[in-house]
Design a protein around this ligand. Structure first.
Ligand code: ZN
Length: 316
């Protein structure tokens, strides 16, 4: 008998990744399509539905070969109804998209929909850094800060699927305004955007202390490449890591996980994980610190797509 094949779709703000995934989480065939080509005049959902047919056919399958569809999607996702109910960004024609209903009507295949950060956490639990762990806090450091909480092997979804917005816990009560309407959110201090902003301000004040290539533009890779022996830069990075640690410490005290997974490009920097780990452990209550591991994510850009399939299989 042929093994089951699932269709995974990871819908982001610029592109949708498609994958045919087997029962063990292997991606057998993949492709990627722009969803932002005309500034979202064509609704993302319409693009994705059309590309789905093309993708399945180009993968050499027909819909009767697909055992289920798992969708990981950006924004606030109502996992119960499988629809988009909010968006922090500025994506036109996205809120209100009835993803589950549209797929099930069109293809008559069971479809589940989950927020991309929660999905990425599940992907890591299934076949990534979190394999074999039951209680996990996953946090991704990128242009924003996202996350997912796994309690006793299950993703914490809350009433409608919105749980795990770790970027919007408040770490500075009198802090900067956040896109969510609140002030002092973790995301405003712990994202890569926040680090670049911090370093840019320092560089403008004192350009001679920074490498020449910083004049053109600044990004996380350049910052970490230049870190060794550069004191003003080091201070900026350490205070940024302090802010990340504040968020993680709160989360560990609430959820008592055995593992914290750090995602995003910066997680591949050993010195970053080491410093973060030291800061977190130094401020945790001792019993929370014992045996707690802090590890980089393993799946990179595949985490969302893979996690959506794990969520689907869990709900079969
Ligand atoms: Zn916020």
């Amino acid at each position: 008998m042929m093994n089951k094949v699932y269709l995974g779709i990871d819908i982001g703000g610029t592109a949708a990744k498609f994958g045919l995934v087997d029962e063990d989480g292997n991606i057998l065939y993949r492709d990627e399509f722009s969803v932002s080509f005309d500034g979202y005049e064509t609704p993302i959902l319409k693009t994705v539905l059309e590309k789905t047919e093309y993708f399945v056919a180009s993968g050499g399958l027909s819909f009767k070969d697909i055992s289920g569809i798992g969708v990981s999607a950006t924004g606030q996702i109502d996992s119960v109804n499988g629809e988009v109910i909010g968006s922090a960004g500025h994506i036109k024609n996205w809120v209100g998209s009835k993803i589950k209903e549209s797929f099930e009507k069109r293809y008559s295949i069971k479809t589940v929909v989950i927020n991309d950060a929660n999905s990425a956490a599940l992907g890591e639990k299934w076949i990534g850094a979190g394999k074999g762990y039951k209680n996990i806090v996953a946090i991704t450091i990128g242009t924003g800060v996202g996350g997912g909480i796994i309690v006793n092997d299950k993703i914490l979804l809350g009433r409608r699927g919105l749980a795990g917005e770790v970027g919007h816990i408040v770490i500075h009560g009198d802090g900067m305004e956040c896109s969510c309407g609140n002030v002092g959110c973790l995301e405003k201090y712990a994202s890569m955007t926040a680090l670049v902003r911090k370093v840019s301000a320092l560089q403008k004040k004192n350009p001679s202390h920074f490498p020449k290539e910083f004049e053109e533009n600044i990004n996380g890779r350049k910052i970490f490449d230049a870190l060794l022996g550069n004191n003003p830069l080091k201070e900026a990075v350490e205070s940024w890591i302090d802010d990340i640690s504040l968020g993680i410490i709160s989360l560990v005290h609430i959820f008592n996980p055995e593992l914290v997974i750090i995602g995003g490009g910066v997680s591949s920097r050993k010195e970053f994980i080491k410093s973060l780990s030291e800061k977190v452990h130094s401020k945790l209550m001792p019993r929370f610190s014992q045996g707690l591991e802090i590890l980089p994510a393993k799946l990179g850009n595949d985490a969302g797509l893979t996690g959506a399939i794990y969520y689907l299989i869990e709900n079969e």
